[in-house]
Ligand binder design. Structure first.
Ligand SMILES: C[S@@+](CC[C@H](N)C(=O)[O-])C[C@H]1O[C@@H](n2cnc3c(N)ncnc32)[C@H](O)[C@@H]1O
Length: 135
């Protein structure tokens, strides 16, 4: 399969997961909205939280941010976050979550390989990706 075709199949698959994840017990989206202290408690995020340590005051770019509950969890830990994902429904969900939960973030639709073009001349203290993005 050519790379373009693979990317298209992959994106369709990721688009289809958005409504499933928005309603899933693992992501606890409503809790994220209702409780301003709630942060992601998926297993990998717990590990990443320990590894990255204190992110307060740091700029953090989350590549392949999906629906953004991890991205916005870093924001709740004090980071100035930017999230990038090529799934439009995922980014729309992420923007909604940011607005509904009052958790700020800069959220962009882009292929990860186009990040330097959509974020020209930007630098970040931390460039992060999470569970499922690297298998
Ligand atoms: C497994 S999900 C990440 C899940 C996230 N760690 C979480 O727990 O919410 C992988 C994400 O990577 C995105 N993705 C895959 N390939 C991409 C690419 N080339 N550019 C941008 N995003 C991509 C998908 O749309 C999907 O949202």
């Amino acid at each position: 399969m050519a790379l373009d075709e693979y990317q298209s199949v992959n994106r369709d698959n990721r688009d289809a997961r958005v409504p499933i994840h928005l309603g899933s017990d693992e992501y606890k989206i409503q809790k994220f909205v209702d409780d301003p202290k709630h942060i992601s408690d998926v297993v990998q995020f717990d590990l990443d939280r320990n590894e990255l340590g204190d992110v307060a005051g740091k700029s953090l770019l989350h590549l392949q941010c999906h629906i953004g509950h991890d991205t916005l969890s870093w924001a709740r830990r004090g980071a100035d976050v930017t999230g990038v994902d090529f799934s439009e429904p995922a980014i729309e969900a992420c923007k909604n979550l940011s607005a509904k939960s009052g958790t700020p973030g800069e959220i962009l639709v882009a292929d990860v390989y186009d990040s330097p073009q959509v974020l020209p001349d930007r630098q970040f203290d931390i460039v992060y990706t999470g569970v499922g993005a690297i298998c």
